[in-house]
Design a protein around this ligand. Sequence first.
Ligand SMILES: [Zn+2]
Length: 319
Amino acid sequence: MAKSILSEEQFQNEEAAFEYVEARLWPQGPVCPSCGATDEHVGALKGKTTRLGLRKCYACNAQFTVRIGTIFEGSHLPLHLWLQVIHLMCASKKGISTRQIQRMLSCSMKTAWFLTHRIREAMQDGGLEPLGGAGKVLEADSTYIGGKEKNKHVGKRDAANIGGMGKAVVHAIVERNGRVRAHHIPKVSRENLRPILNTHADRASALMTDAAGEYRLLGREFASHETVNHQADEYVRGEVHSNTVEGYFSVLKRGLTGTYHSVSEAHLHRYLAEFSFRYSNREKLGVNDVARTDLALEGFKGKRLTYRTTSGERGAALS
Ligand SMILES: [Zn+2]
């Protein structure tokens, strides 16, 4: 599936890769990252020894390429290889392992690890507007990642008590037929859920959750709040269910265990960004693999990550 598309020019040829990225990051033409100059104030530097894509700003004398000010800055990896990795991460529903990237690029594990984490970090949903709204349905729920198999199906209350046993709690809000926001939280409590709902859930929405007590008071602030009682084996009552958010969790879990095996808690938020990006831009919402890759690229603007940002957390390596 991915093979045929990877034969396209931008994945194979460095010049084509620059053109592809420039067209998406500079739809109006080059922009000087130092002073913001455009149009006739920016010229292309050409010559046999000139770096590919090099521009010169006549307003401030800066020289730059489209890589500056993005996650590509400070990386020696050719842009066409970056594009391959980004495409594979955007197109693989359950993610793609660091080992697979390492083999594909014949690079070190360390390089593969930095690349994928930079991309994940940049996939973070920058939108500040809350999900939902009048006439829309939000489903909220939390789940436990990692920990022992025998603990996977325990009820929420019990699980909260064993939260210290290596299980990470992920909370997600999904707008039906829309986007998702997922967060790694220390434990399910009203104190932890309130700020998330405040920021990410429009109070004019209809809220659907399970019967977890933490939602009881918070739910009153919404246009409506209905619950299904999972502990009493109730999962669907007409329109009242949390199957959508469960669906998100199931892809997340299959990806985290199947592709990434185990993820340290320090990095969980980056994997959530990756899975949420794909979910929020999924096929069902009319976004295909190519469009999703382009959306990722557009999101990389202003997302320069320094070497220090990623290397500082290297101690907590993926296992
Ligand atoms: Zn300039």
